[in-house]
Design a protein around this ligand. Sequence first.
Ligand SMILES: Nc1ncnc2c1ncn2[C@@H]1O[C@H](COP(=O)(O)OP(=O)(O)O)[C@@H](O)[C@H]1O
Ligand SMILES: [Mg+2]
Length: 366
Amino acid sequence: MDKNQILEKLKTINYPGFNRDIVSFGMVKDVVIDKNNITIILSISSQNEEKKNQLVKQISESIQIDKFDVKIKVLDQPARKTVDTSNKDANVEGKIKNIIAVASGKGGVGKSTVALNIASALAQLGYKTGLLDLDIYGPSLPITMGVNENPQVVDGQKIVPIEKNNLKLMSFGFISGNQAPVVWRGPLVAKMTEQFFKDVTWGELDYLILDLPPGTGDVQLTLSQKIPLDGAIIVTTPNDIALTDVRKGADMFKKVKTKLLGVIENMSFMNIQGEIPGMNNQEILINGKTVKVENEHFSFNFHLFKKGGGLEESARLNVPLLAEIPYSEDLMLSIDKGEPLVQYDSKHTISEIFIRVAKSLVKQYE
Ligand SMILES: Nc1ncnc2c1ncn2[C@@H]1O[C@H](COP(=O)(O)OP(=O)(O)O)[C@@H](O)[C@H]1O
Ligand SMILES: [Mg+2]
């Protein structure tokens, strides 16, 4: 039995809640084999005791070797530093005036789309803006911005953000996989999250928009403990399940005293328009709904989910409902262009919504 064999086994064990194994996370500090004893030494920076215990249990169940006594030792972590917001730059490479997180309770609600277009709108308003995609489960920037190059590493460890569409970009997706710069290999997600601030040469930014992973996981924990967030925006769809999750997310931000800037309800409704030649000033029935036809045209909003969910939630949280973004095929298809809708069609009604939101954010920070 040698150390490598044990390591190979450990490589098949994922950190609870992640699709990544504990060895590549850098959680395995050492494996010591001494006669009939195997000691696995772990270093886990998460404060989540439940996950730690779960992991220890998982390891002891999967590493059982005849005639060997397997022990697992979890190293004590030094207490986390609390963030001194009067001295933000202490934790961040470059000078970033405002860090705003875009969060959601669950995936698929349009968080990345919203983050991207708000960032783009801020850039269009003339602010130096960065977009940091921290969604480790589904990094979106490589696709939405069509970036498939690896970021440059300078001075051995500083990572240069990729510049495209007037934005400075960084993403878990740029550095994962085998071509990841050496500096990113191994460390914990928490460490990586922190490195995205410390080791990326953001330079001077007015706004850094964070696209968070859904829910309230380790990335959020690191952020709330180590990075001084200036505000958070919650994205939700109007349906109820999403709203329950929104509550959890929003409550987390409240707990760590991050200012909630507001709620954005996405895919609120679908605007349906049509033409009926020869018809004027008459009512027709569509899906049981009376719709007026004027000058051969009609237009109405079809609500796919319960109406007003986002509004109710923003009232409960006592924060503004920043926008209700309709379902829009153009917004969805803009992904194929690798360019935010706000940028290539700034006059689009959806773009105008994002620009209005960006302006209202700027107002809060000026
Ligand atoms: N308002 C919208 N109208 C139509 N499609 C949308 C809208 N918002 C997001 N989408 C689409 O929904 C999918 C999920 O959006 P995404 O931003 O990736 O969500 P998340 O980051 O929350 O997982 C994507 O295919 C995106 O293009
Ligand atoms: Mg996303």
